[in-house]
Design a binder for this molecule. Sequence first.
Ligand code: AMP
Ligand code: MG
Length: 354
Amino acid sequence: MNSKTLVLKISNGNFEDTISRAAHILKQGGTVAFPTETVYGLGADALNPAAVRRIFEAKGRPADNPLIVHIASMDSLDRIATDIPPIAFELMDAFWPGPLTLVLMRKSAVPDITTGGLDTVAVRMPDNPVALALIREAGTPLAAPSANTSGRPSPTTAEHVISDLSGRIDAVIDGGAVEVGVESTVLDVTSDVPVILRPGGVGLEDIKKHVGEVVIGYTDHAVGEGEVVRSPGMKYTHYSPKTKVVLVEGEGRAVAAKMSELVESYSEKNMRVGLLITDETAGYVCADEVYSLGKRDVPEDAARSLFAGLRYLDGEDVDVSVSIIIVDGSVKCCGVGVAVLNRLRKAANELIEV
Ligand code: AMP
Ligand code: MG
């Protein structure tokens, strides 16, 4: 069905037509990538096992890594989840539509392939007009993991999706660059004390205003063989460019000094160096290629540029060729900054703390 991927560009006046073409593909069991506020998602009918299988095939995603089910109205929640605790409704009220995914007990309408065989289902309502219209028009909840090849940086533009998945999916809706830039926060509310399974677009501080106590259930490194995890996605390497990534973390000045030293020593070895760097540190360090993460204390900007920056320095869309990427980890670690540092740590081959 998908030897050629259809690119559907949203422009003035063609919104409804585009949504209706894409929804038609989804209703037939096809795969369509679309923008959400977090990253681009690769959608398929969450209740159709054959359609969901195509997502796993296109991404090369391990079968035990469950998908997030996207809905556009509260009525659909009833079709897929059961035993929903009051705290879940309070969180939906506060953060939906938005970048918060809730893990709930699943109903049998949700096939095993969607949940990786778990008795729970991860659900969210995205805050993007294209995503919401598409889900409505398709008339079914959409399973939609990030629309990248498994293990690669997540896509924040339609070009990123095309670079990874062209010829492997039926269509992509180009709705421009996303707003948030990192994936949703995943919160398991099936136990007495909610557990954060992944930091994301909604900050922990904001969640804590609603839930008294919360357990941190994620790690910032790829989980080793044999370690027990509550969220299967934690086991796998993530967000990685092909080029080696070194992350330098610490207080601003110390990071700048360490990065300068590294650039010098790699350059002496005749390596071309790429930097993913905050504006403040960029005042002290330069190299062959530079991509900005914005200001240190504005983690929202870092979130928006993080994956695009890793892809750029990896030579994806232009003729950039570096043999090492050094990343500035002095981004403020609060709000969405927690998710930024989590993604950077997972992408890094080497972490230097100064
Ligand atoms: P992605 O769709 O690529 O953004 O990844 C979805 C994340 O949600 C992965 O880390 C999954 O392991 C996690 N997830 C999805 N469904 C569940 C579930 N039922 N229980 C726990 N974690 C889940
Ligand atoms: Mg993903």
